[in-house]
Each structure stands twice: as C-alpha cells, then as structure tokens.
Design a protein around this ligand. Structure first.
Ligand SMILES: [Zn+2]
Length: 688
C-alpha cells in the first residue's frame, strides 16, 4: 500500500495469508547455504504420527513440540517468522538511516524515511504532549449542536483524513468499467472486528465486549471525564455501534460481488438518505464532477441515515469523540498506548506489547512503503529469485492451461474463455517498476503526530486525485518487504512481493520439490483466485461480467459446495468450526494451488525421478514442503478472531484440507482405507 490509509486499493483483492504483512536473511552475494542444510528436516516432523492420520502433525509435529509463541506475538510459524525476520531488517534500515537523516536534503528518501522513524521514536516529546495533539478535535466536536453539524464533522474528518466515522468511503476501479475510477461508499462506523462481536452473546464474545467497554471508559477517563461519565459514554457508543452492526451485511453475504455493486446517480443516492445530501457533501469530500457512485450496501445507508435523526446529538458527539480517541490512542503518550494494548490483548491473546522500534518501523512501512522499499530491495532483494519465479510462473500457467483443457465438467466454450483469462494474467514479481514519490509529503523529525496526519492527508488526496485519470496498472497494493501475495481481479493480475521469495517458500539452493511445494503452491493459489467463487465472475480484462455457460456455472457451484461442507467440518477452537462459506475462495485457491504446482513439478527432472533426498522421495518432499509453509502455532484468542473475520482457514486445515483431495498424496505416503484422513477416490473433490 502506498500509505496507511487502508486497503482501498485492494478492495476486491485476495491474498495468501491474513496480516497483510513479512523474509530469511540473505544479503546480496551471500554464499549458497552449506550443502548439509535440510530443506525438509525430519527433526521438524513427528514420525510417530501416520501421515494418513494427520498429515499436518506428521509434517510439523516435531517443530510444534519444540516451539512456543513469543510473548509479543499472537502466532508463530513459517509466515510469522519470515515476517519477523523482515521486520528486523526494516528496523535495521530505519534505525541506521535515522542517524543521518536530519542532515540529508529535505524531501529526499533518506530524510523522509529516517525522520519519520525518528519522530515515532521520540518518546520524550510524545510523553510531554500527552493528548494535546487531539484537543482541537475534541473541542470542535464539543461545539456541535445539530444534525447538520454532525454530518459536517463526519465529512470534515474524512476529507482531512482525521477519521472515518459512520461509513466507509474510497475511490477505486469500477469493476464493470475497469478503465475508470469511481467513488465507492461502503458500510462502516463500528470498531470491533466484525458485526458478530456486537450481536453474539457467547462467553468469548461477552469477554471481548466487556474489554471493549473498559477500553472506551479508560480513554474517556484519560481525557478528563469522570469514571461514571466515561462508563456511560461506553454504553452510548456500544449502543450506536450495535445498531450500525445490525444494519451491516455479513462477510459471507458480501462475497457476492454483484450484491455489493450498486450504481446510483448522486441525486438518486441522496434520495435514499434524506439527511445526507450527497450532491452537497461530495464537494466537501473534495469530490467534483462525478455523476454516479457505487454503494456497497444501500440498506446500511438507509439505516445510518435514520439513526442520524433518531439518536440524540449529545450521543453523536460522544460517538465522534470516541472515533478521534480510538484512532489516535496508539500515537499518544503511554497511558493511551497501554489502554489500547490492554484491550487488543483480550482480542488477540498477545501477552506483551510489540517493542516500540518494531511498531515504529512498521508504521514507516505503512506510511511511505515505497520510499522505504527502495532501501529494502537495494539491501535484501536477490534478483536471482525473480528470474526463478518467472520460470516457475510460466510452468504453472502451462500446467493450469492443460488442466483446464482436461476438465471433465466444463464445456469447450467456457474452457476457451477460461483459457483466455489465464493467458491474460499480468504477473508482478519483487517490487514496482515505478516507485511512488509521495510528492509534496513533508516529514518533520520533531512532529510525530503531525507526520501521521500529513501522511493520511497525502493518501486521501492521492486517492481523490485519481478520479478522471487513466487507471495506473503499474501500482502495487503491497510493499516490497511484505510476506504475502495477492490476486487483484479488476486488473486480472497476480503479485508476489520480494518479501515472500525466501525460505521456506523459496530458496535458490533448494530442490524443485521444495520450491514447487512452497512458492509454487502460492503461485497456483493466486492463479486459482482468478477462478474461485468470486474471481471466476470477472473476465479476462478484469470486468465483473458473467462469461460462464449456465450448465458450467451450476457444476462449478455444486463442486464448490462440497468444499464448503468439507471445511465446515473442521473444529478450530472450543466448539468453533471453520466457516466454509467465508473461507470458500481461499480453500478453492489452496486446492487449485497444490494441484497446479504438483502438475508443473512433475514436468521437472526431479519430478520425473525417484531419487530420494534426506530419505524422502520427490513427491513426498513436494507435499512436505507444502505442509511446511503452513507450520505454526496460534493463540486460541487469535484463532477465534480468525474464524470470525478472516477468509483464510487456520494453517492445519490449509494443509490437511487440500491434500485429501489429491490422489498423488495418497500414493506418496501410502495412505490407505482405515487411515483417519482417508477419502474414497470418488469423494475426492476435483475442481481446477
Ligand atoms: Zn488467497
């Protein structure tokens, strides 16, 4: 992301793993690892478990027994360890740069990266200021005395990138006219991670609600409210947000891109919201010359509009103040930061606060990631990885093309269109070819809070300024050190940042089985997103348009339903099951990914051989490498939150879920009827 305003650019994109954010060391010119390095290490496995009983445990049990989650983390494993590694590299870079940035030319990369980090580390100033940086905002809200003033405050905060009360708003590509940017309105206005946290009543949810109300009480108390008043504010805010949550669509319902595509003229949209006149409000949001807008959830806007007049003005003022407090708490003095952590640790299970230098380094990555990214790739990116990736992507594309031709459930017409889409994929590897300059963004070494506001405002203006301009397809939605990958349907592109091109995903010294089972499966995963339950609804040029013959779509849906049922059967924590509908796209991508990567692997020299390495056959190494990327531990609180909010299934099921549908896995490990994971050949799900 170009700035930390949020992931509006990736509105429809899907990625390989949750936290958008992560790499093994490896400075340029680093020697090949010693030949004794085991890319599949039996010490990380549990050979006492039968692979057919629990493949995840068999492949990862040794590692799981030896490791614990560090107190500052909510999970620990392949992804997070690589992310932590990259984070430490970034800390090293920003720390070094900040020592001399004050004397660098104003506006240069090093001046802005180094001074931004230095400002975030300047705890003397931050502590001295307390909550002074937000006093003007709180006073402005105090002066509100009618509904119009409430609405004006909402758009003022939005257009100055101070906050995002009541609804969400952005500029994105029009998915039915992808060469144009359009204004897009969405549901919002709540703070807990999902509407369920307001509407459910189980013990785990109640604990989180109590912690949330305490958090509100704490922040109001810290800004001068009496404890009684602060507690009353908490219940007011929870009440308003619960009503907004009630009006929101569920995550599962929002998986249908046609349901969330509602185009209105500005005048017609205004008619649905009598107290929000968008003809007048859009210019205040700095939007001019736009006749139409997209509205993700029209019913939400009707409810929010009704709530505007049904709720006392004093309650709105409390709600708006809360938005300011919540947005700023992490950047104010330590009592605010501690209150925020106390709440978030109940949600995530994290035991101790992330060290300030790490938080500050990640803030720089989020704020000016394409300035920092230039310093990162200079020091850590290995061009050999890009060359290898290009070959791998080409081989996987060929394999998927052949698999599409062989599908027994699809007509030739739909196959031809699917092939056209596959051939049209754009591939991005490593980092952008056109770095963002953040023109006009001033970074002041002595003004942390001001920097945050300037970065946000720069991002808002950059977003608004797109309107009316051609779509820039060279843009990236992730920064170079990120350990992740994504498919963006409106550009029909698959994107792999530099940060993920490292072990255990990829290593230039590893055998093909390891690389195809690792980064190969990731590539196949992203390719399959172009054909999952959402992605398949976009055509070769990224337009949301149905290109399927009905009989083919029906067959796809009935096969996808089998995947829904399979994952609904997995229990993640307590009695919480994986939500097969919410995770369908990711589970389809995992299943497609392993099949495509395996087929491509079988065309390599190693794939055709039977030569064992470290005691394992090539096929065994392929599947063990796949399992190894999902190796990890997670706190139960974090798992519970993942199940509710994240379209990705927990790692254990991302391993065991796909392999039971792959015939070659049965053969590789001699899995037989009677083994716990065994599925009869006719029950194994085949889609892509
Ligand atoms: Zn994905």
């Amino acid at each position: 992301m170009k700035s930390n305003l949020g992931n509006w650019m990736l509105a429809a994109a899907v990625c390989i793993s949750a936290s958008a954010w992560a790499a093994d060391g490896g400075k340029p010119g680093k020697a090949k690892p010693a030949p004794s390095k085991k890319f599949i290490d039996p010490a990380n496995m549990d050979l006492s478990v039968k692979p057919g009983d629990d493949f995840f445990e068999y492949a990862n049990g040794g590692w799981i027994k030896k490791n614990t989650i560090p107190a500052k983390e909510t999970s620990w494993g392949s992804f997070i360890m690589l992310r932590d590694n990259n984070k430490q590299q970034i800390v090293g870079i920003v720390n070094e740069v900040s020592k001399t940035s004050a004397t660098q030319p104003k506006g240069s990369i090093k001046q802005r990266v180094g001074d931004l980090y230095a400002s975030a580390m300047d705890t003397v100033t931050i502590e001295r200021l307390g909550y002074n940086p937000i006093k003007a905002d709180l006073q402005r809200i105090d002066a509100i005395n009618n509904v119009d003033a409430v609405v004006n405050e909402i758009v003022y905060e939005r257009s100055n990138a101070i906050g995002s009360p009541l609804f969400s708003f952005g500029v994105r590509q029009d998915s039915k006219n992808v060469s144009k940017y359009i204004v897009s309105f969405g549901q919002g206005g709540t703070s807990l991670p999902d509407r369920d946290y307001y509407l459910n009543n189980d013990a785990r949810t109640q604990r989180i609600q109590a912690a949330y109300k305490q958090y509100i009480t704490d922040l109001f108390t810290l800004t001068g409210s009496s404890p009684e008043e602060a507690a009353k504010n908490a219940s007011t805010i929870f009440g308003i947000e619960s009503k907004l949550a009630q009006a929101q669509m569920s995550r599962v319902a929002m998986r249908d891109p046609n349901k969330t595509y509602n185009k209105f003229t500005v005048a017609d949209f205004s008619k649905t919201t009598p107290h929000l006149n968008w003809v007048q409000l859009l210019p205040k949001l700095k939007v001019n010359g736009q006749d139409t807008v997209l509205v993700g959830q029209p019913d939400f806007y009707k409810s929010a509009d009704a709530l505007l007049v049904a709720t006392p003005i004093e309650d709105w003022k409390t709600y708006l103040k809360w938005g300011i407090l919540r947005n700023s708490a992490g950047s104010l003095s330590s009592p605010f930061v501690q209150a925020q952590f106390k709440y978030s640790s109940v949600l995530s299970g994290q035991k101790v606060q992330t060290p300030r230098n790490e938080r500050s380094a990640m803030f720089v990555d989020g704020a000016v990631g394409e300035l920092l990214g230039q310093l990162y790739v200079e020091q850590y990116f290995k061009p050999a990885a890009k060359t290898y990736m290009e070959g791998l992507v080409a081989n996987l594309r060929t394999a998927l093309g052949e698999r599409i031709q062989r599908l027994d459930w699809m007509t030739p017409e739909t196959k031809a269109r699917a092939t056209k889409k596959l051939n049209a994929f754009t591939v991005k590897i490593g980092y952008t070819e056109k770095w963002e300059t953040y023109a006009g963004l001033n970074i002041d070494r002595n003004d942390y809070f001001g920097n945050i506001r300037r970065v946000s405002a720069w991002g808002y203006n950059d977003m608004i300024n797109r309107l009316g301009k051609p779509v820039d397809k060279t843009e990236w939605g992730m920064t170079p050190p990120t350990v992740n990958a994504y498919y963006n349907p409106v550009n029909n592109e698959i994107v792999f940042p530099a940060g993920i091109l490292q072990f255990p995903f990829y290593d230039f010294a590893a055998d093909d089985a390891v690389n195809y089972g690792g980064i190969g499966a990731v590539i196949g995963h992203e390719m399959t997103h172009g054909f999952d339950d959402q992605g398949r609804q976009y055509d070769a040029d990224g337009t949301l348009r149905d290109w399927w013959k009905k009989e083919d779509a029906d067959k796809f849906k009935s096969r996808a339903d089998m995947v829904v049922n399979q994952y609904n059967g997995f229990t993640a924590v307590d009695t919480m099951h994986v939500n097969g509908r919410l995770t369908l796209g990711e589970n389809l991508a995992d299943l497609g990914g392993i099949n495509i990567a395996y087929e491509a692997f079988k065309k390599t020299k190693e794939g055709k051989s039977n030569t064992k390495i470290d005691g394992f056959t090539p096929d065994q190494r392929f599947f063990l490498s796949f399992a190894q990327i999902w190796r990890g531990l997670q706190r139960p609180e974090a798992t519970a939150q993942q199940i509710k909010t994240d379209p990705h299934s927990p790692g254990r099921f991302r391993t065991n879920g796909p392999v039971v549908n792959v015939d070659a896995w049965y053969k590789a490990f001699n899995v037989q009827a009677g083994d716990k994971m065994y599925k009869k050949p006719e029950d194994r799900i085949k889609i892509w």
